[in-house]
Design a protein around this ligand. Structure first.
Ligand code: NAD
Length: 250
């Protein structure tokens, strides 16, 4: 339990599933109020139900700029302009080799994985500056920012860009006491790879790259997100915290 999350207002995207869901639950356990965002209406309702009545959610498709604006506007109304934390966890992964990668998949991936975190960060930062809030943004990147996944060209490009989006925004907003960091997970058992887990051979191939010899549970990544979102790492900004069971050690 992280006492310094008590009373903080946190927007969490991708909250209906996987890492975003675990982050919403973990931040709430630490005392934060959660505004869950996802395009999956039923999944979102389940998570908001698990969180209880102090928390809320909004169904939104984050590939649209108008939805990103609506998310921040709704959170501002809900909390009288006080937003302390933004967790950008929503993303998609389309597996198509470079030569077959469709324009639609490329655009959709960059809209959701990169432009939405930028749009939401910009509006949340503006709100924090306006209200004098020394807040924290946590972006969910990936080890694919440094080790590309075969057939993941748009996803890998988006995650590489998240690292530098984090550093760039962190650099500009540091004078306001706002911190921006990335967590870069390795293999985590979530909806994103549910199909691969059904094939034991592909899954053990995936895990062969992890010296710890296992995948992470979403809660293990959520613990890092909660730490970065809290006031404890008060001098950490622009950082990428890798949580990959050792994958990037070799
Ligand atoms: N699972 C892994 O192995 C792994 C590894 C590294 C990084 N990540 C990252 O973790 C984050 C969370 O992914 P996950 O693994 O929990 O996957 P997930 O599929 O379980 O969760 C992603 C969530 O994002 C939501 N989402 C997708 N597109 C959206 C849109 N347009 N608007 C609103 N919501 C949308 C989905 O509905 C879903 O609830 C992502 O940024 C992903 O890139 C995952």
């Amino acid at each position: 339990m992280s006492a310094d999350l008590a009373g903080k207002n946190a927007i969490v995207t991708g909250a209906a599933s996987g890492i975003g869901k675990a982050a919403a639950l973990r931040l709430a356990e630490g005392g934060a109020n959660i505004f869950c965002v996802d395009r999956d209406e039923a999944g979102l309702a389940r998570v908001v139900g698990m969180l209880g009545h102090d928390h809320t959610g909004l169904t939104a498709d984050l590939r649209l700029a108008s939805s990103c604006r609506e998310v921040v506007a709704a959170a501002r109304r809900h909390w009288n302009d006080r937003i302390h934390i933004l967790v950008n966890a929503a993303a998609i992964l389309v597996r198509e080799p470079t030569l077959q990668h469709s324009r639609a998949a490329w655009n959709l991936t960059l809209d959701i994985n990169l432009k939405a975190p930028f749009r939401l960060s910009r509006q949340v930062v503006a709100t924090m500056i306006e209200t004098g809030t020394r807040g924290a943004i946590v972006n969910v990147g990936s080890i694919e920012a440094v080790l590309p996944g075969r057939g993941h060209v748009a996803y890998t490009a988006s995650k590489g860009a998240i690292t530098m989006l984090t550093r760039s925004v962190a650099f500009e907003v540091a004078p306001y006491g706002i911190r921006v960091n990335t967590v870069a997970p390795g293999v985590v058992a979530t909806g994103m790879n549910a199909d691969l887990r059904e094939d034991p051979e592909s899954w053990s191939e995936m895990l062969a790259g992890t010296p710890m010899g296992r995948h992470a549970e979403p809660e293990e990544i959520a613990a890092v997100i909660a730490f970065l979102a809290s006031d404890e790492p008060s001098f950490v900004t622009g950082a990428t915290v890798t949580s990959d069971g050792g994958w990037t050690l070799h």
